[in-house]
Design a binder for this molecule. Structure first.
Ligand SMILES: Nc1ncnc2c1ncn2[C@@H]1O[C@H](COP(=O)(O)OP(=O)(O)OP(=O)(O)O)[C@@H](O)[C@H]1O
Ligand SMILES: [Mg+2]
Length: 261
């Protein structure tokens, strides 16, 4: 029997005459890493905005842990465990890396006891912040001002903040965007580490196919707002339809390496 944490049923989002998300149905299995890929403008970010509650769907339904949350506002979705990565604009530039991560840990922590539980001289929130900084591979940069970080490290800070916030379902929109190539393996490691932490479910939008192929359990391919295909990395890399529409021309060499590996 399958156990879906999230189910989108015919989700649709229109912006005037533009149909950005066209009756998309997706089942996300608990504990999976489920990636959404597709060309620019396919509707991936709009879909994430519908899942997080940043946007209201034109039609369709959204179910989370067996409850219909279609009309649940953003902050209540965050409270029941749906978290999206903090954008650079959510980072306080004049605060340190550590302060930003600790604030993120606090943001969803309604259990005040945790704030005052002292372990040694550190509160559990501080411990959680240090752990998240370690997982995101920012150790040694805790005292740096967020504004002083290089772009790649700012993206890692976003990851550290969502790890600290500890949502049950994590939505990551292009965590490697704008990063130097040599930093990408560190992000893969971070995502692997996040997954090893137990029952967390991760949804990932990512253009870097080597990242997608190495971390995903399932992949949904979007094209012009619709679902073009869904399957395992192997199934997607072998899909003739996907190759034709999208992957073949852009990522043929990577697809070959995914097939051979
Ligand atoms: N708030 C909005 N108002 C009007 N049109 C929008 C809005 N947000 C997105 N769109 C349009 O919806 C379509 C899907 O955009 P979306 O950002 O979801 O694509 P995407 O798959 O995330 O693309 P990318 O890979 O470039 O990030 C695009 O044509 C975009 O211009
Ligand atoms: Mg996008």
């Amino acid at each position: 029997m399958s156990d879906y944490i999230l189910q989108a049923k015919n989700l649709r989002k229109e912006f005037g005459s533009l149909i950005a998300v066209r009756d998309v149905s997706i089942n996300v299995e608990r504990g999976h890493l489920h990636s959404i890929i597709g060309p620019n403008g396919a509707g991936k970010t709009t879909l994430f905005n519908l899942l997080s509650g940043n946007l209201r769907p034109t039609s369709g339904e959204l179910w989370y842990n067996g409850k219909n949350i279609t009309r649940l506002p953003l902050h209540r979705r965050a409270h029941i465990g749906i978290g999206r990565s903090f954008q650079i604009t959510n980072i306080f530039p004049t605060r340190t890396v550590f302060e930003n991560v600790r604030l993120a840990a606090q943001a969803r922590n309604r259990d005040l006891k945790a704030v005052f539980t002292v372990w040694g001289r550190m509160t559990s929130l501080e411990l959680r912040a240090f752990e998240a900084i370690d997982i995101a591979q920012l150790t040694g940069k805790e005292r740096m001002l967020a504004s002083a970080l290089a772009h790649g490290d700012q993206r890692k800070l976003e990851l550290a903040m969502i790890v600290a916030a500890n949502p049950e379902l994590m939505l990551l929109d292009e965590p490697t965007a704008g990063m130097a190539t040599e930093q990408v393996p560190e992000v893969i490691q971070t995502i692997d580490h996040i997954r090893q932490q137990g029952h967390r479910t991760v949804m990932l939008v990512e253009h870097n196919m080597s990242v997608v192929m190495s971390v995903s359990d399932r992949i949904t391919v979007m094209h012009h707002g619709s679902v073009l295909a869904e399957g395992t990395p192997k199934e997607i890399s072998e899909s003739h339809e996907v190759q034709q529409a999208y992957l073949g021309e852009l990522y043929s060499d990577l697809m070959e390496s995914a097939r051979d590996g």
